[in-house]
Design a protein around this ligand. Sequence first.
Ligand SMILES: [Zn+2]
Length: 617
Amino acid sequence: MKIALQSKNIVGSSFHKEGTLLIEDGKIKGIVDSISPDQVDIFEDFGDALIMPGLVDTHVHVNEPGRTDWEGFRTATQAAAAGGITTIVDMPLNCLPVTTTKKNFDIKLEAIKGKLYVNVGFWGGVTPLDLKDLPELLDSGVMGVKSFLIDSGIPEFPPMTKEDLNEAMPFISKADLPYLIHAELDDGKTKDLEINKNYESFLKTRPRNWENDAITLMGSLSEKHSCKVHIVHLSSSDILPYLKEQKEKNPLLTVETCPHYLVLASEKIPPGKTLFKCCPPIREENNREALWNGVKEGIVDFIVSDHSPCTPNLKLMEQEDLERAWGGISSLQFSLPLVWTEGRNQGLSPSDLVSLLCSKPAKLIGLDKQKGDLLPGMDADIVVWRPDKQFTITKEKILFKNKITPYEGRTVNGLIEKTYLGGKLIYENGLMPFGPFGKSILKETQKEMKIKKFNGLENSDAIKEAFKCCSSQKWAENLIKRRPFITFQEMVKKSEDVWFKLSSEDWLEAFKGHAKIGDLESLQKKYNQTKSWSHGEQNGVKETPLSVLKELKELNDVYEEKYGFIFIVCATGKSAEEMLEILKKRLHNDRSDELKIAISEQNKITNIRLEKLLWEL
Ligand SMILES: [Zn+2]
């Protein structure tokens, strides 16, 4: 399918020109001066409408599963499409369960099926409750992880202490993923302040220094652990000079802000208007101006919505209760016109807009080669909009689930006309004629990268490496012949296929590579390359009474005498006593049954070792 989109204004992060954008099979082919409509399947002339990459919004709370009355994937991604946003990244809260373990992440991946109108990536979460699950979560396809340094508002997502951070950050650094931080540190000094209907009174309870303190802490921890740290929703402009200096010496530190901090000012918020409540709070007009300077100077890397919806009753709008109202602003769908309307006054060019709303957020999630710009080979995720066309934000226009936003009634510039996802039209002038075409985007995991590395090894090297996992030359050679492997699961499947088809001669050869259980001396002799592994696998043996070890050794000899090969058991996680029990039972088998058990135990051992091999590659 060939598509040509013609306009006087085609805008990428580094160009703004007249021409025709060519799309082929969902990817951008390039920009030409002109093309005859009969050379393509679809030709559109947009006149002076602006064609730019779809927005990448890396800060969206979709809340599904669990709090789908707040928001859901269908409505959130429809709102995104209507706002010219073609990729969102979902936050690990306030869904239920929170995305702090691989298991919970799998539940979310199940919940999204058939609901995505735009592409969706995912952040994981780190709390003190789930620290032990962090390594697995980091290797499950999340784009990175997020923590709070202050009460998150929901009990299942508690904040991290400095000690927790020091424990978590080495893992995050090793995974080379960004660590997103809700940066506010409660110093306890505002707890006696009373919150009344005036926004000012709420603002005073969450002062700038809470953000400043948290950010300086994270700046130093980022350096200490060589860990990518990304500060979400910056509100305090006081910290910009520190960020400027720190970012110059530490490129691992990045920062975002949101439309509400750039568009709204606390002095102008009418009393009792709980829809404006968010954390950190919207600050004074002078702060807003200073934040804009931070954006223009490049200290703030980009702008994302922090769409954080809830049901109307939780906003306590009628009670006008600023103290107890849920904090969070619903705005997905309106980022582009909001930022443009204000940004144009600030001197932003359309190319600046592409950089702030598309290419820089794409970089945070490592997708800047595919998304966020209009360069050849990139995904044809595109928004076509009219920068001068005004419209008023009304309930009727809102596509996200709960039709409440502090921007209702506001007139903005920048009407979105069409949105394309991978070259497919997904939004057109208020209608969503087609879809859902969105996909979930899973980060290539470390394991997948290691598999690629293993695929790239020379045959002889790969055989040598594989042989460490199972000492059958035939197995190693046949396994390597079946490269490339796409996933670890596929590698294991092929390994099993090769292993169970070998001859008993090959199986016996593999068994010879093992140390006798409990015989530490022969263990040390027999293993050179895999010595440390075998020690690890037989950890349970070390703290065992001598009498048990002695019996194990004696029965091992009996076993070997009876069957002609040594006792093979997958020792990982088993104590010597348990292995002794297994050995005693298996001594009752006849030889062919016992051989079957031994080869299946060897297979388990091989699978565990293949995983270790990849990690150490
Ligand atoms: Zn948020």
